[in-house]
Design a protein. Structure first.
Length: 338
């Protein structure tokens, strides 16, 4: 964890956190925009690395896409101020404002930058991009929702997230498409209530943090690295548990927030959306299980020069997180009925 021993990185990390707080606590659109800009300018030094060309390319791509979204957002704020009393413009303004926020967080149909940029990042930076960087756009989105537009975007997110991950060999791209799919669930939760969004987001962040931490510990970036025979069997079991939890399989922790959202959707008679959600979740589970099945069933030759050392306290932490994922359904059932 280079971040905690580098004062410059720590400084930018703190600014990144505070910029989000500036945006979500602001009482004007300009305040939100300023928070987003500070957020952008503090994240770029975190992801750029002079020794790695891929991360430099990722930081440049990230800067361009976020700048376009910010310019669009600022332009819409000015239009909103000019046409304050013109109600005919409201629909157009809300769609444009929502679009700039979708571009900020890598939602469809503006998602093309997202997997490419994650491919050039470390696991810690990928974790920040998949979780923390979605908070500000989500909160701003909840201020000015266009319901019909967002329902279309939700369905696109769910479908592209599931189908896009099918032919990926890179674990980072796979997690990126998983993030796009979960974004659809998050958008539907924010349409229901902000408290439900906070619950879903916190549990999703917890699951993503476990996955990123495990891949960081094992130094793995591609699926075929999981087939090496040297990996401890318990680590493979932990990977299986956490992948299934992320996919939302019932006995695990990840099912609980999805269960609540499906409950709300069925109560509101949104049967078609629920059907799409469930079918796409099956596709997600298919490629998660395919990875685990391959990791368990295929073993490459035991190569002596590949050694995987994990400190005992990290291994205990991974076991503890996996234990929480397994007990999740029991805990969530008590929580649901209490």
């Amino acid at each position: 964890m280079v971040f905690f021993f580098n004062s410059n990185k720590m400084f930018f990390l703190f600014i990144l956190f505070f910029s989000t707080l500036i945006s979500i606590s602001s009482n004007s659109w300009f305040g939100c925009w300023i928070g987003l800009e500070i957020n952008l300018l503090s994240f770029i030094p975190l992801i750029s690395n002079s020794n790695n060309l891929l991360s430099n390319e990722a930081s440049l791509k990230y800067f361009f896409t976020q700048s376009i979204a910010s310019i669009n957002f600022l332009f819409i704020i000015l239009i909103k101020m000019i046409f304050m009393k013109n109600f005919e413009m409201n629909n157009f303004i809300s769609i444009m404002m929502n679009s700039s926020m979708f571009m900020k967080m890598g939602s469809t149909p503006f998602h093309f930058w997202f997997p490419n940029i994650i491919e050039g990042l470390s696991w810690f930076n990928s974790f920040i991009l998949m979780t923390w960087q979605k908070i500000t756009p989500m909160i701003i989105l909840s201020y000015y929702l266009n319901k019909n537009f967002i329902i279309i975007i939700i369905l696109l997110n769910i479908m592209i997230g599931a189908i896009g991950g099918l032919n990926q060999t890179s674990l980072r791209k796979l997690m990126a498409f998983s993030s796009i799919n979960n974004l659809g669930w998050m958008l539907s939760s924010i349409m229901i209530s902000e408290n439900l969004w906070m619950l879903y987001f916190s549990l999703y962040s917890f699951m993503i943090s476990i996955m990123c931490f495990m891949f960081y510990m094992l130094n793995m970036y591609f699926i075929n690295q999981l087939f090496i025979n040297n990996i401890n069997f318990f680590i493979k079991i932990n990977l299986l548990i956490n992948f299934l939890s992320l996919g939302g399989l019932p006995p695990f922790f990840g099912f609980f927030p999805k269960w609540i959202i499906i409950n709300f959707l069925i109560n509101n008679k949104n049967i078609f959306i629920t059907f799409i959600f469930i079918m796409m979740s099956l596709i997600m589970l298919f490629f998660y299980i395919r990875i685990n099945y391959s990791a368990f069933m295929f073993n490459y030759l035991k190569m002596k020069w590949i050694k995987i050392f994990i400190k005992n306290n990290y291994f205990l932490m991974i076991n503890f997180f996996s234990f929480i994922s397994m007990l999740g359904m029991t805990l969530s059932t008590f929580f649901f009925f209490s």
